[in-house]
Design a protein around this ligand. Structure first.
Ligand SMILES: Nc1ncnc2c1ncn2[C@@H]1O[C@H](COP(=O)(O)OP(=O)(O)O)[C@@H](O)[C@H]1O
Ligand SMILES: [Mg+2]
Length: 284
């Protein structure tokens, strides 16, 4: 089960003087029930990749599959759109209806859901997105805080009950409580078997949530794998234009001074234990 990309490439405006290859040789798999973090500097092609995986933009070439079924052309994009929910960058800008309820109902209504089924879908989606339906359903979107707007937009995505969620920098601009709420929602979706691609710039977020990490750099994926291994690959992260997590830099510096640590990235508590042990071992 998953969304599979093999040797996918994307060229904007192919065959014109403006032609620009933005993604190439993309091999990536998003599995059900995992959080895969996608990191990369601005302009690396992250949003473009999200659009391709969400069936919103056709790849120029390459192969894709959804839950083991190979995807082709328009039918393939339709299949993706029905299985995958996409929360775009700054989704609150897309809230448009007079009330939160109407906004969240838009997707399922388009699919023909009506009456009590529709009301239940909206209530369920609002609750899943951390918004009490009693309190929020009839409020106009513009009266919400930034974090609430983000969750209302997410409710609109969840109302379609997607099997996969693609989240394009969902925590940017959120304060800590807003982020914590979002993380809780993502963890719950993962528990329910939803596969989540999370685009982020925040190493703490990666540390907290990721099962695996893929690094995108100039339209390619030079590095992907288990979180601990990717976060510890300081040289490769730097080559991709990313500053490695502070913890990795500290441990690298301690290593240079002769203290021995495992290569993977420890949690803060584990790092403190390792450093304490190493200092004691060094006779200090
Ligand atoms: N519709 C488009 N037409 C032409 N170029 C585009 C288009 N959308 C994005 N690009 C270019 O593709 C590159 C990757 O953009 P994007 O996928 O938004 O990267 P990221 O999300 O990592 O910042 C950028 O250089 C951007 O200017
Ligand atoms: Mg982007």
């Amino acid at each position: 089960m998953g969304i599979l990309l093999r040797d996918v490439a994307l060229t904007y405006l192919p065959g014109t003087p403006m032609s620009r290859e933005v993604l190439s040789c993309i091999d990536l798999e998003l599995e059900a029930g995992e959080i895969l973090c996608l990191v990369g500097r601005t302009g690396a092609g992250k949003s473009t990749l999200v659009h391709i995986m969400g069936g919103l933009l056709p790849a120029t070439c390459g192969e894709m599959a959804l839950d083991g079924k190979s995807l082709d052309g328009r039918g393939g994009m339709r299949a993706l759109r029905s299985a995958v929910g996409v929360l775009m960058q700054s989704p609150e800008r897309q809230l448009f209806a007079e009330t939160v309820e109407k906004d969240v109902a838009f997707g399922p209504r388009n699919r023909g859901v009506r009456g009590e089924d529709l009301a239940a879908a909206v209530r369920g989606a609002l609750a899943s997105a951390g918004l009490d339906p009693e309190e929020y359903a009839f409020r106009p979107p513009f009266s919400l805080s930034g974090g609430e707007m983000r969750r209302a937009a997410l409710a609109g995505v969840l109302a379609m009950r997607p099997r996969y969620l693609l989240m394009d920098e969902p925590s940017s601009g959120l304060d800590l409580p807003g982020r914590r709420l979002l993380y809780g929602i993502l963890e719950k979706q993962r528990e329910q078997g939803v596969g989540i691609l999370l685009v982020t710039h925040d190493w703490d977020e990666v540390e907290l949530l990721a099962d695996r990490v893929a690094v995108l750099s100039q339209g390619r994926i030079p590095l992907q794998g288990e979180k601990e291994a990717v976060l510890a690959a300081a040289g490769e992260l730097e080559a991709a234009g990313l500053r490695p997590p502070a913890m990795v830099a500290v441990l690298a510096e301690l290593r240079r001074r002769g203290l021995v640590f495992p290569a993977c990235l420890p949690s803060p508590a584990e790092a403190a234990r390792l450093i304490d042990g190493a200092l004691k071992g060094a006779g200090r």
